[in-house]
Design a binder for this molecule. Structure first.
Ligand SMILES: [Zn+2]
Length: 198
């Protein structure tokens, strides 16, 4: 039993999404088919609008403008920088609501196995930003995997001769845990109990 080509194309496209297999993709495709034309138009517009997003020229977070809303918020502390692996983690911290400094999104972690080098990530821009910016603290909010450890010690090494305090959130976060799966209470504790990286 084969679906009309239009439907099978949609099913194939939906399978691009993480966690969406054949069955789920079929369910989504039929669900979209049953929606009104207006609902579908709105869905398509939202997807198309993603093209308007880009990376903030300072922190690499997602923005519609040259500089994101966090970097342009003058009420935030611009001397404390929280370094995260990806933009999703910024959102998680913002939901937590207690951190009022600024961020730097690395867009990945160093991984020799996958051939991801420091210069493939936003590490050179981080170092330059910290050295030029006179930050007092850099908080590494990076998970405790091998890649996370490698990335943290690399950044720490490059900032060794600067006067900035480099800390790392650690307590309460299980080894290897993805930061986005941790509940906000655990994350908040991990944040409060951050340690100086030696
Ligand atoms: Zn920004």
């Amino acid at each position: 039993m084969k679906y009309p080509e239009i439907l099978s194309n949609l099913i194939e496209d939906l399978k691009m999404l993480p966690g969406v297999g054949e069955k789920t993709a079929e369910r989504y495709a039929f669900s979209l088919l049953e929606k009104t034309k207006e609902d579908r138009e709105s869905f398509i517009t939202s997807v198309k609008n993603l093209d308007k997003l880009r990376k903030c020229s300072i922190c690499n977070y997602i923005t519609e403008d040259e500089i994101c809303s966090i970097c342009s918020d003058k009420s935030r502390n611009n001397k404390i920088l929280c370094v995260v692996e990806d933009a999703k983690t910024v959102l998680l911290f913002e939901k937590m609501g207690t951190f009022k400094g600024q961020y730097h999104v690395l867009n990945g972690l160093i991984s020799p196995i996958d051939n991801i080098r420091p210069e493939d990530l936003n590490i050179p821009t981080l170092i330059k930003r910290v050295i030029d910016g006179g930050h007092t603290e850099v908080i590494l909010a990076i998970k405790s995997t091998i890649e996370g450890e490698t990335t943290s010690s690399y950044i720490k090494r490059l900032l060794k001769d600067s006067n900035v305090l480099v800390t790392r959130i650690a307590n309460g976060i299980p080894i290897g845990a993805e930061i986005d799966y941790i509940d906000s209470m655990t994350l908040e504790m991990a944040f409060e109990n951050r340690n100086e990286l030696v």
